[in-house]
Design a protein around this ligand. Structure first.
Ligand code: AMP
Ligand code: ZN
Length: 141
């Protein structure tokens, strides 16, 4: 059995509440059910996080994300849906096999919430420009 819990799920060595599968991806209900219908979409191949995921797999994963999102919307009639993808321990990742959380939203007390502090006032125009140049340099490589 793989040491990765999600690889073991894909291999069928660990049971899961499967809701979708195709050649490249697998989707199942998250055991924690933060809200009703909380699901995970994963690539079948092991890639740790967004930075390791090949482009072709990224495309497959997000095609499945949209497919499953439509199904969750039709099945449970949520008022909205959050996509969450934690990359790295510091970002809250606990299972190091790439996955996208689909969290149907019903109301503000439904069990999910992301802290969203406003810090824009701490960034001057010059600081923003410096940051923009830093990123542009990396993207033009
Ligand atoms: P993250 O914190 O973004 O790495 O999310 C990992 C998620 O995997 C958590 O929400 C867990 O509840 C979920 N999880 C861990 N083990 C299982 C499992 N065996 N079946 C379904 N979900 C799982
Ligand atoms: Zn894995």
């Amino acid at each position: 059995m793989s040491s990765c819990i999600f690889c073991s799920i894909v291999a069928g060595d660990i049971p899961s509440k499967k809701i979708y599968e195709d050649e490249h991806t697998y989707a199942f209900f998250d055991i924690s059910q933060v809200t009703k219908g909380h699901a995970l979409v994963i690539p079948k191949h092991h890639h740790e996080n967004l930075f390791d995921l090949p482009e072709s797999e990224l495309t497959s994963v997000y095609q499945s994300v949209q497919k499953v999102a439509h199904a969750l919307k039709e099945a449970f009639s949520p008022a909205g849906l959050n996509l969450v993808n934690n990359n790295g321990q510091a970002a809250g990742q606990t299972v190091f096999h790439y996955h996208v959380h689909l969290i149907p939203r019903y109301d503000v007390t439904d069990g999910f919430g992301a802290k969203w502090e406003e810090h824009g006032s701490e960034y001057t125009e010059e600081k923003f420009e410096e940051m923009r140049v830093d990123v542009l340099k990396k993207l033009s490589n």
